[in-house]
Design a protein around this ligand. Structure first.
Ligand SMILES: *[C@@H]1O[C@H](CO)[C@@H](O)[C@H](O)[C@H]1NC(C)=O
Ligand SMILES: *[C@@H]1O[C@H](CO)[C@@H](O)[C@H](O)[C@H]1NC(C)=O
Ligand SMILES: *[C@@H]1O[C@H](CO)[C@@H](O)[C@H](O)[C@H]1NC(C)=O
Length: 462
């Protein structure tokens, strides 16, 4: 009898074996049962449990509870004893035994404990996820039993992305999903499901803290920068930076700078199009070649555009609008398009080298071969002078054309004279025939016409 009282914990298999050995001899003379209440309980791990061992045998003795768990006799009476089990962390079988009329009687109950996971956590998501690329979700689960009843579910909002058993400690579950624009702002999470329905309980859910995804898309093109090529000191000029195909355009950051000077940009977006507008005002110490820079940052990536510009003070001639080599035709109308800039507004004059002959600027004028040459175009104001050299190349008319025109004119003249002579001679003959009738009127005509024609002929031919 002393052998069945354990002082240390026994493995479950040994208990089962012991129960079988004990039941076999007792079953022969046993007509009373030893009942264990509750039967096969299921309860949360770590809790305590009252177990009542009772029998209808009127002369029962020595009712004890055999278990590896820590136990305490709470109360007893005739045919019963109640024990408290504490700190029940795992599944186990408990056994009550006693004596009835000298025979041993036993009864047992299987304890099933469950525990919810201590930690369910979705690993941090990338701060920005490029649209179209796969996203790997990783969920870690610590604790939770029985593991055979524990499932891990990965979720996008309420949508199940993957469902897998929890394996290992901690259990790690991963899933890879493609991402789209629709996932921008979506919450991802993971949930454990402890299914205790077969044990007569429900399903216990534990959900991780959600993590929000940010997706982005960038165009392959650079921003388009619209800026002046020349910027006068202390004059304001608008600068625009435009970029299309950006998602989400509202979350992009834009920096506009003139050299080292940050510009105060107003950013607007319409759909996937972003427009940043700023007013550039150059300082006197920024005079010279500078750069306007536009940087768009989204999803930790940057796109930029750079444009060169010249900050000027005092007079200047805009080289882009003032062609430095002109090729014009003789006796044609043209405008010398040069423009000067500056504050105060400079005077612009273009003088021919050598002769100091001035040509009008910005006004149409007839050019001829005498304009051929090199000109000094000078913008001058109280702030200084700026000179630009302009070469005018006037194409003279083709030298063969003059004799050709003359030859044509002479030929036409000769033909005209011959035709006139023929006419005159015919008239002369006709007037001779009717001489008698129209004597008074025809006579001066006949004598005058050949004379005029004869006088005209040598002068034309000359
Ligand atoms: C244990 O069970 C017996 C028989 O059912 C009952 O008489 C007794 O009151 C119970 N003890 C406790 C503490 O519930
Ligand atoms: C995303 O994952 C799927 C399935 O694992 C694969 O077929 C596809 O090529 C991946 N796409 C990218 C862009 O990596
Ligand atoms: C930028 O603009 C804001 C609002 O228009 C203004 O309050 C601020 O002074 C400006 N900053 C600079 C450096 O111009």
């Amino acid at each position: 009898m002393a052998t069945i009282v354990p002082s240390v914990s026994w493995p479950g298999a040994c208990w089962t074996l012991l129960v079988c050995c004990l039941l076999t001899p007792g079953a022969q003379g046993q007509e009373f049962l030893l009942q264990v209440e509750p039967q096969n309980p299921v309860f949360p791990a770590g809790g305590s449990l009252l177990v009542n061992c009772s029998t209808d045998c009127p002369s029962s003795k020595q009712i004890i509870l055999e278990t590896s768990l820590s136990k305490e006799l709470v109360d007893n009476g005739t045919g019963w004893a109640t024990f408290q089990l504490s700190d029940v962390t795992g599944n186990s079988r408990i056994l009550c035994s006693g004596y009835c009329n000298g025979s041993q009687i036993t009864g047992f109950s299987d304890i099933t404990v469950y525990s919810l996971p201590e930690r369910v956590e979705l690993a941090p998501l990338p701060s920005w996820q490029p649209v179209g690329q796969n996203l790997t979700l990783r969920c870690q689960v610590e604790g939770g039993s029985p593991r055979t009843s524990l499932t891990v579910v990965l979720l996008r909002r309420e949508e199940e992305l993957s469902r897998q058993p929890a394996v290992g400690e901690p259990a790690e579950v991963t899933a890879t999903v493609p991402t789209s624009r629709k996932d921008h702002g979506a919450h991802f999470s993971c949930r454990t499901e402890l299914d205790m329905k077969p044990q007569g309980l429900g399903v216990f859910w534990n959900t991780s803290a959600p993590r929000q995804l940010r997706t982005f898309a960038l165009p392959v093109t650079s921003p388009r920068l619209v800026a002046p090529r020349f910027l006068e000191v202390e004059k304001s000029w608008p600068v625009n930076c435009i970029l299309d195909g950006l998602f989400p355009a509202s979350e992009a950051r834009v920096y506009l700078a003139l050299g080292d000077q940050m510009l105060n940009a107003t950013v607007m977006n319409h759909g996937d199009m972003l427009t940043a507008t700023a007013t550039a005002t150059a300082r006197a110490d920024q005079e010279g070649a500078r750069e306007i820079v536009c940087i768009v940052i989204l999803g930790g990536e940057r796109l930029e555009a750079r444009e060169n510009l010249t900050v000027f003070n005092g007079p200047k001639i805009d080289r882009a609008t003032c062609p430095q080599h002109l090729k014009w035709k003789d006796k044609t109308r043209h405008v010398l398009q040069c423009q000067a800039r500056g504050n105060p507004y400079p005077q612009l004059r273009c003088l021919k080298e050598g002769s100091n002959r001035e040509v009008p600027v910005g006004i149409p004028f007839f050019v001829n071969v005498t304009h051929n040459g090199t000109y000094q175009c000078q913008a001058s104001s109280s702030r200084g002078k700026y000179t630009l050299v302009v070469v005018m190349d006037i194409e003279a008319p083709n030298s063969h054309s003059v004799p050709v025109i003359l030859a044509v004119l002479v030929t036409l003249g000769v033909v005209a004279v011959v035709v006139a002579l023929i006419y005159v001679f015919r008239e002369h003959k006709r007037s001779g025939r009717y001489h008698v009738r129209e004597e008074s009127t025809s006579l001066p005509l006949t004598s005058m016409q050949p004379t005029e024609a004869m006088e005209e002929e040598p002068s034309r031919a000359a």
